[in-house]
Design a protein around this ligand. Structure first.
Ligand SMILES: *Cc1c(COP(=O)(O)O)cnc(C)c1O
Length: 396
């Protein structure tokens, strides 16, 4: 035991020595545009609370009502005695919102992606996966026996080559797996080309739309809607724009969802989502599909433009794009941490990202816009970025 812990400690020391230590800001308030950190109210520029629903009065009320009506927890997996009417309602609601036959709920999108590949694909089949895909897709593919092909991020010629290689290797079913939005950089997958390539090679297309469901595309229906295509299988989360609590889903053809319900391990061997979440997520979907959703998406888009333009004008090195994920590139991990520390002292919470969540030498502050911020908030936040940027020598 002593030797074991000594070894762990030396690895921890190495993480610290490389400037890669992550510490968690502790928030003593609800999630929102303003949060209480270290006893001070600061502007929050790094949550996935894109539409500002995380503490929305209608969702709080729906969660409280669902708990009142259906209790706190289920104390069961779905198939034993953990399925309530709210689960069935939410599954059919997610399916109809996204235009699929059916949907299945998971405790998180991490589980949805972890669950997806193993039951659907055998060693006779192949997955063709974007190199920048989310960790949960990578893990999910690892758990399956499918043959693995990887294409360079966003490189459609390489995707074409890998699909051909999969076909030439004799694969029976071929599934392309991609993020709809790549969460570290905030850029979109080229779904129109992927759909065309999938059709040409007789492959299926799976899209993880965690950073899009609720706010990208027509009515917030995600990146397939934005690209004007239909994906065969979509995975997503309730933990970001749709209220931000917890939970994930797979939406797709009836037989796919049926087989996942019979065989997906994170579904069969893990607890059912609680009523507060299923009930409030139904309300979140009402909201994003209604006129308030349109207003929030318009505010989010306007904020993202204003924020990106403001940072650009100050001289920060941004990754190009239009998504509300707007990364400020700093390249060096220590610099990213120093910048984040100074931002906090100037009243802005924006966490530094560095290895292993982004490649070495690609450290950044990933800012994220939300409809909950006002134009005045953005001006204040820009001022904080200008000060912190000058203090650290990042901008002139
Ligand atoms: C956040 C995220 C996940 C995980 O979602 P959870 O519901 O929090 O587990 C999966 N895939 C992508 C692309 C994500 O951004």
């Amino acid at each position: 035991m002593t030797e074991f812990l000594d070894e762990i400690r030396s690895r921890l020391d190495a993480i610290r020595a490389e400037g890669l230590w992550k510490s968690e800001p502790v928030i003593a308030s609800p999630q929102g545009a303003r949060v209480l950190v270290e006893g001070r109210e600061v502007l929050n520029l790094c949550s996935n609370n894109y539409l500002g629903l995380a503490n929305h009065p209608a969702l709080r009320a729906a969660a409280a009502q669902a708990m009142e009506d259906r209790g706190f927890g289920l104390a069961s997996v779905r198939f034993i005695c953990g399925t309530q009417d709210l689960h069935k309602a939410l599954e059919s609601r997610v399916a109809s919102y996204l235009g699929h036959d059916d949907a299945i709920l998971f405790a998180a999108a991490f589980d949805a992606n972890g669950a997806l590949f193993e039951p659907l694909l055998t060693d006779a089949d192949a997955v063709v996966s974007d190199a920048l895909n989310h960790a949960s897709i990578i893990d999910g593919i690892r758990l399956s026996k499918a043959r693995r092909y990887r294409f360079a991020n966003g490189d459609m010629d390489d995707l074409d080559r890998q699909l051909r290689a999969a076909r030439e290797g004799g694969a029976r079913h071929v599934l392309i797996a991609t993020d709809g939005v790549f969460s570290m950089d905030g850029h979109f997958a080229d779904l129109a080309t992927m759909r065309a390539l999938a059709d040409r090679h007789g492959a299926l297309l799976m899209v993880d739309d965690c950073h899009a469901t609720g706010f990208v595309g027509q009515g917030g229906r995600g990146t397939p809607s934005r690209a004007g295509i239909q994906a065969d299988i979509v995975t997503g989360t309730f933990g970001k724009a749709l209220g931000g609590a917890l939970g994930g889903f797979v939406a797709g053809p009836g037989p796919v969802i049926d087989l996942l319900r019979q065989r997906a391990r994170p579904y069969l061997f893990s607890n059912a989502l609680p009523p507060a979440i299923t009930g409030a997520t139904l309300t979140a979907l009402d909201l994003v599909e209604g006129p308030e959703g349109d207003a929030l998406r318009a505010r989010l888009d306007a904020n993202a433009r204003r924020w990106r333009d403001g940072l650009q004008a100050l001289g920060f090195d941004l990754l190009p794009g239009t998504h509300p994920i707007i990364p400020v590139m700093l390249h060096d991990a220590r610099l990213a941490q120093e910048m984040a520390r100074r931002l906090l002292s100037h009243g802005v919470l924006a966490t530094g990202f560095f290895y292993p969540v982004v490649p070495q030498g690609r450290a950044r502050i990933r800012t994220q816009m939300t409809a909950a911020l006002t134009p005045t908030d953005l001006d204040r936040a820009l001022d904080a970025f200008a000060r912190a940027g000058r203090e650290t020598g990042v901008i002139p």
